[in-house]
Design a protein around this ligand. Structure first.
Ligand SMILES: [Fe+2]
Length: 189
């Protein structure tokens, strides 16, 4: 059952006012900050949309207290978005928790820089990858996009940060949903 982009916008606009786990921002502020980091960093429109929607699972199926159990939110949104958006959006969303496990295993100092809520959820999500798991993760399509998304995710917990409005990023999502031809037209126009 795919959502429409109108449904996605409605969810973000109405349920996005909830607090984002133990962080200082709402879900919507977090999504907009993450999309803005991706766009400012020169990511493709698809990766910008992945950044916007990476935590949509929290809004579709609020999993209760994610400090108590792994809510598996990275998987929840996928069936709702398949058919609407391409793998270039869906895969970084699906992989963004594994990207944290990867970075904790491979980059010294990364774990220490995570927020305490994120450190706690890492533990529930299985902890840092073992070396073999890290290699398997990095070999998957869109793993690099997921790792970059993860870094934007970590930066997007700033109370009161100014962003462009939701409508701007929904317009990007609309172009991505229309397919490669529409994206090429926007890039070259
Ligand atoms: Fe997030």
């Amino acid at each position: 059952m795919a959502l429409s982009l109108d449904d996605v916008g409605h969810l973000l606009a109405t349920r996005g006012g909830n607090q984002y786990g133990g962080e200082a921002v709402t879900q919507l502020e977090h999504a907009l900050q993450c999309a803005q980091w991706a766009e400012k960093s020169g990511e493709t429109p698809a990766t910008v949309v992945a950044a916007l929607l990476h935590d949509l699972g929290h809004l579709l199926a609020p999993g209760g207290d994610s400090t108590q159990h792994d809510d598996l939110h990275q998987y929840v949104a996928i069936p709702f978005l398949r058919g609407l958006l391409p793998d270039a959006v869906l895969e970084p969303i699906r992989l963004h928790v594994d990207a944290k496990r990867y970075l904790c295993a491979t980059e010294s100092g990364y774990w220490e820089r995570l927020s305490s809520a994120s450190q706690l959820s890492l533990h529930l999500q299985g902890g840092p990858f073992l070396p073999k798991e890290a290699m398997r993760f990095a070999a998957q399509p869109f793993a690099q996009e997921a790792i970059r998304l993860r870094r934007y995710d970590d930066l997007s917990k700033v109370s009161g940060a100014i962003t462009l409005p939701l409508a701007h990023y929904l317009a990007v999502a609309d172009v991505v949903a229309q397919g490669p031809l529409a994206q090429a037209t926007v890039v070259h126009s």
